[in-house]
Design a protein around this ligand. Sequence first.
Ligand code: URA
Length: 286
Amino acid sequence: MDDPRELRRLLAWYVEAGADEAIGTVPRDRRTVAAAAVAPPPEPAAAPVAAKPAPPPVRPALPPAVRPAAAQGVLVPADAAARTAATLAAACPDLPSLAKALAAFEGCALRLTATNLVFGDGNPNAKLMLIGEAPGADEDREGRPFVGAAGQLLDRMLAAIGLDRTSVYITNILPWRPPGNRTPTANEVTVCLPFLRRHIELVNPKVLVVVGGTSASALLGVGDGITRLRGRWQLYRGAPGNERPPIPTMPIFHTAYLLRTPAKKREAWHDLLTIKQRLAAETAGN
Ligand code: URA
């Protein structure tokens, strides 16, 4: 296919399907990898008299973390994967062990299409913890949350109230990038939430900020959209049965939305000042 218009159309088709960047110089057929990961073991040779041993089945090498049950994520129902996630997360006494457990967790298929696990960034002893939705292309490439354009806006907003990554901690609902930056599915959120809940317990912030509607509904369990929620304090109560004190939580507009809708920055500024005041009150005397 040499016609540049055809090539442009093909490229547009790829982008629409979620393949919106080149992340390697060598193509990798992920269907082959996934299919091999779930292929049944080879049948034992039927006739013991076979003169020559059967050649070993040809399979592409699998990346070390990809093993059959995990490879598809879909093979494990979301609630079962979430129970496994909760057990694994509960056993983690600190952030490095949580990051390690998450990196080894095979219950979410997003790990197969992501380049990097995006765990968290900032000061693990921070009083303020921000939770976004999911890594985008820049975060996936760097393995750090909020480093792209939306992250740079977040940094500027934090700077406006005297904060930066040495004084806050940042993570996301999902630690892997959904292909094409699509919205996380309910199952992906369900499966990854136990790790995030443990993440919050280990950082133990005084104040939480949920950045955008997806994070707000995942953590607060409320159906209201972000336009109704933002600017009003909510309580994050943890998983059902959690006995720790609830954490005051402020939902704010997602910074990616603010980039597209600058007129909303006025409301975001108001929310930032509210957060600043609450943080001062929560940390007074410490
Ligand atoms: N948007 C998010 O919600 N999280 C990131 O890390 C980057 C962009």
